[in-house]
Ligand binder design. Structure first.
Ligand code: ATR
Length: 298
């Protein structure tokens, strides 16, 4: 982590501070993303983590503002709670109901959801097109909800949320359809998903099934399901190639993990804080630093 060491040696009286609030935060890769970006772009900024207890979220946000902290990322378990203490909230983040980035504005912070901007940028980079395409979202947790809003906002031709607990998928469908006043999102059980008609689906895997150490597992095992998929994204990045991605790969379909989503959620936050634009070349270099820090050799 050469970049990180260089940043720490360069801290001066003018250095702006950004950081991550959450609990726990010690495992976070975000310091590598932001300190590498600051080094590469010659921006006088340092990024660290702040462990914040549940009953201290308001104090943390107000204290950060008082200390002139430029921007914050927010992670589990505070992505909803933080919304109560902001000056403004970006409409997509408001609709999703989760904020992971705070940017300093007059009198407080404005909240954004760059997790979802990160996924959008990964999809763009990999030429996985949401617009006018049918999308399958596997899972119905917080990530799935955000992705359903993204798909509706980017003009997917249909969105099907597949979940073991179908009521949770129905909640997401109701929230997105209600917000946009459309009938785009539908909810199905895993069994019903096996009978879906059509092909060329963009499938986005959002469950924790397949996450290390459960690396040989996948939520939908029937390989016929994957014949209807044109391209897939698994938001898991540990392992680097999940079982979900392997099945698609064996069928000659493109499949991507969630590491670029993680990269680009950071890049998007950095761009908002510093009012700058991070080039593809810079982003690629940050991606290499992340992989090095995480011990990924693929
Ligand atoms: P996040 O907020 O990160 O998206 P979450 O809210 O914990 O995560 O949601 C996890 C998702 O993984 C849910 O869709 C969950 O299914 P249920 O809603 O039925 O619980 C799904 N999931 C996790 N483990 C699962 C398993 N062993 N089998 C089927 N689904 C599973």
């Amino acid at each position: 982590m050469k970049g990180l060491v260089k940043s720490l040696n360069n801290i001066k009286g003018t250095t702006r501070v950004c950081g991550l609030i959450g609990n726990p935060v010690g495992h976070s890769i975000s310091p590598v993303i932001h300190n590498t970006l600051a080094d590469l772009m010659g921006i006088d900024l340092v990024y660290t983590t702040f462990k914040v207890e549940d009953d201290q979220v308001e104090a943390a946000v107000k204290g950060a503002y008082a200390l002139d902290i430029l921007g914050m990322n927010v992670t589990v378990p505070h992505k909803q709670a933080v919304m109560g203490y902001l000056k403004e909230i970006d409409p997509l983040a408001e609709a999703i109901g989760a904020v992971n980035t705070l940017a300093r504005v007059d009198g407080g912070y404005k909240g954004y959801n760059t997790d979802i901007l990160g996924l959008a940028r990964e999809l763009e980079e990999e030429n996985v097109c949401i617009k006018d395409n049918p999308v399958l979202i596997i899972g119905a947790g917080g990530a799935a909800r955000a992705i359903a809003f993204l798909c509706a906002s980017r003009g997917a031709s249909s969105v099907t949320v597949i979940n073991r607990t179908v009521e949770k998928a129905q909640n997401i469908a109701g929230a997105v359809n209600g917000y946009y006043g459309i009938d785009l999102v539908k909810a199905v059980s895993i069994d019903q998903a096996l009978d879906l008609k059509g092909d060329g689906y963009v499938a986005i895997q959002t469950t924790s099934v397949g996450l290390y150490p459960d690396v040989d597992n996948v939520l939908i095992k029937d390989e016929n399901f994957y014949r209807k998929v044109g391209a897939g994204v698994d938001i898991i990045y540990n392992p680097y190639t999940t079982r979900f991605m392997k099945i698609l790969g064996e069928q000659g379909k493109p499949a991507y993990n969630g590491l670029k989503m993680l990269l680009y959620q950071g890049v998007a936050a950095f761009e908002i804080w510093n009012n700058c634009s991070v080039s593809k070349d810079m982003a690629d270099r940050v991606y290499e630093s992340m992989k090095e820090a995480m011990g990924i050799n693929e």
